[in-house]
Ligand binder design. Structure first.
Ligand SMILES: [Zn+2]
Length: 254
């Protein structure tokens, strides 16, 4: 299972993948022994997926706990995820089977919608503790910025209300904006458009980095391509999945 930088987006397919310094382990051979049915969505609009049980547990510590942690789903051949969005699971399913991220075709979406789709997929991966998918989504975002020279920052409310303080996506956005943005287009409505903590993190980062606001200002694609060699070290989560906090799977109401 590739963890990095492969995408279904025609623009990013032409690019070299971002190298990962800590290639994740592969699923064990017995991960493919048993197939289970995963039912997505609330009653009346469910969609069913057939998935290798071991493969799912290998990648998602959250689902591993549901299936192997003594909850009602343990030992059953069916897993219900009633609160999960169809599109998020479809994208995850595609990645799980191919190692390729597919969150929308950028040329067909506007910049803000494209970014919102990546953020949504990232929050799904974060909640379900799918570390390799989180890393792959960060690569996908970086490759898209490299290919299309732009990045929406309008998803900061969604990001800052759903993912934790030290998350790599939060750090990536603050680094990009402080190290590549001229702030010439910043307007007085920034306090509404961006999450206040994001704006505060940006100010603090300027201080930490000893950068004067507006002193930089070059294409974000140049910033991301210059980060390739250090991207894995700076933004990938290579921690042991056993050490990661996982939402309490017993509270799933499906
Ligand atoms: Zn890495």
């Amino acid at each position: 299972m590739a963890s990095t930088a492969q995408s279904a987006n025609p623009a990013t397919l032409r690019q070299e993948p971002i190298p990962c310094l800590h290639r994740p382990p592969k699923p064990p051979p017995n991960a493919f022994d048993t197939v289970i049915t995963v039912v997505i969505g609330p009653e009346g609009s469910e969609k069913k997926y057939q998935i290798y049980r071991g493969l799912l547990c290998f990648h998602s510590k959250y689902i591993d706990r549901m299936l192997n942690g003594g909850f009602k789903e343990a030992g059953l051949g069916v897993l219900h995820l009633g609160d999960v969005d169809h599109e998020d699971f479809q994208n995850f399913f595609y990645w799980l089977n191919t190692g390729i991220v597919a969150c929308g075709d950028h040329p067909k979406l506007d910049n803000h919608k494209f970014f919102a789709k990546i953020v949504k997929a990232y929050i799904f991966a974060d909640y379900h503790a799918v570390q390799a998918y989180n890393n792959a989504l960060l690569d996908y975002l970086c490759l898209d910025v490299e290919a299309n020279h732009t990045l929406s920052m309008r998803g900061t409310h969604q990001i800052y209300t759903n993912i934790t303080e030290n998350d790599p996506l939060r750090k990536l956005l603050v680094d990009i904006i402080t190290e590549s943005c001229s702030f010439k287009s910043m307007t007085k409505d920034a306090a509404k458009r961006y999450h206040k903590q994001f704006l505060l993190d940006t100010v603090l980062a300027f201080n930490d980095k000893k950068i004067v606001v507006g002193a930089v200002g070059f294409e974000r694609s140049i910033w991301t391509s210059s980060m390739r060699a250090r991207f894995s070290e700076q933004y990938h989560d290579h921690s042991d999945p056993e050490d990661r906090p996982v939402p309490d799977a017993s509270t799933n109401t499906a």
